[in-house]
Design a protein around this ligand. Structure first.
Ligand code: HPA
Length: 312
């Protein structure tokens, strides 16, 4: 019989703890850094920090995406000295990894004794009130891949982690979301900017293509405010094992909700192929744009996370 995820995660934790000093061996909080948000690592004191490349951690996959460095960092949080673990970069389903691999790091966090997972990601904004660079505190999700069978808890239930049929109606911890608001207000008073924080629903899609216009309209009609290719499997596995969860999306592009222009549209007659291509490319998502928006908003995200972790 194959070893269970609990068994594998326990072995990984034993391996990590051989090197970790006592005060870092049981981090209270795990922070998952999404695309372009690796700068969150600056929140950890440089002194005494312990780092592993994912490829050197048993059971961890290599990350294959530009902008995802792929390292595990243990340290104390600056100012408050709370022991934390950072997951810089994550394994995505679209890279070809199984749901088991995508969520393995979350299971390792549970076995390490982590109580609270703070997850960040880059996402496309579906809600027309959202601007590029805004931050969205997630309060619910649509697990589209999960609803059609790509679910991290499919298969034999691991009782060591949790129950067979875990509820998700309370997945996004209300008191943590309240803390997110107060922390955001504190940050805004100290560092004013136009960036807004919203609260909304995240639609998880398998990727790797960005959505068509019709898919964006569908997701928006279904009640999603942002769309992305990560986070939900980790949140499900975290909740299954009783960890508290707080998740933020950084809006890195606005999803295109307008219909594709019709071939007989009179206003497009007589335009060259280049002019038509320019019309169609407006608002189209691309990975460089996603990384650029991440850079600018990363400082605010760091300030927010620092304040939240300090008050946990
Ligand atoms: N769609 C899906 N995933 C994403 C997007 C998007 O528009 N932007 C960043 N990640």
């Amino acid at each position: 019989m194959l070893p269970t995820a609990f068994h594998r995660a326990t072995e990984t934790v034993t391996h990590l703890r051989r090197k970790l000093p006592q005060h870092l061996a049981t981090p209270r909080v795990a922070i998952v850094c999404g695309s372009g948000l690796g700068g969150l690592v600056d929140l950890v004191d440089a002194e005494g920090r312990e780092e592993w490349k994912y490829e050197d951690v048993p059971g961890f996959p290599k990350s294959t995406v530009v902008g995802h460095a792929g390292k595990l960092v243990f340290g104390t949080m600056s100012e408050t000295k709370i022991p934390v673990v950072l997951l810089v970069g994550r394994a995505h389903f679209y890279e070809g990894h199984s749901m088991d691999t995508v969520t393995f790091a979350t299971r390792v966090c549970k076995v390490l004794g982590v109580e609270t997972m703070l997850l960040t990601n880059a996402a496309g904004g579906l809600n027309s009130a959202y601007e590029v660079g805004d931050i969205v505190c997630l309060n619910d999700h649509l697990n589209l891949a999960g609803l059609v069978g790509f679910h991290p808890l499919r298969g034999q239930n691991e009782e060591d982690f949790g129950v067979r049929f875990p509820p998700l109606s309370d997945a996004y911890d209300l008191s943590l979301r309240q803390l997110a608001y107060t922390s955001w207000q504190q940050l805004r008073t100290q560092q004013p900017s136009n960036r807004k924080m919203h609260e909304g629903v995240y639609a998880f899609v398998a990727g790797p293509t960005y959505e068509t216009r019709a898919e964006c309209r569908m997701l928006s009609n279904l009640g999603a405010d942002v769309v992305g290719m990560s986070t939900v499997p980790e949140i499900i596995v975290a909740r299954h094992s009783g960890m508290r969860v707080l998740a933020f999306s950084l809006v890195t592009n606005k999803a295109v909700l307008d219909s594709v222009p019709k071939g007989d549209d009179p206003s497009l007659q007589g335009l060259s192929r280049e002019q038509l291509a320019e019309r169609l490319s407006r608002g189209v998502a691309n990975h460089e744009e996603v990384l650029e928006a991440g850079k600018q908003a990363a400082i605010d995200m760091q300030g927010l996370v620092l304040r939240i972790v300090g008050q946990l």
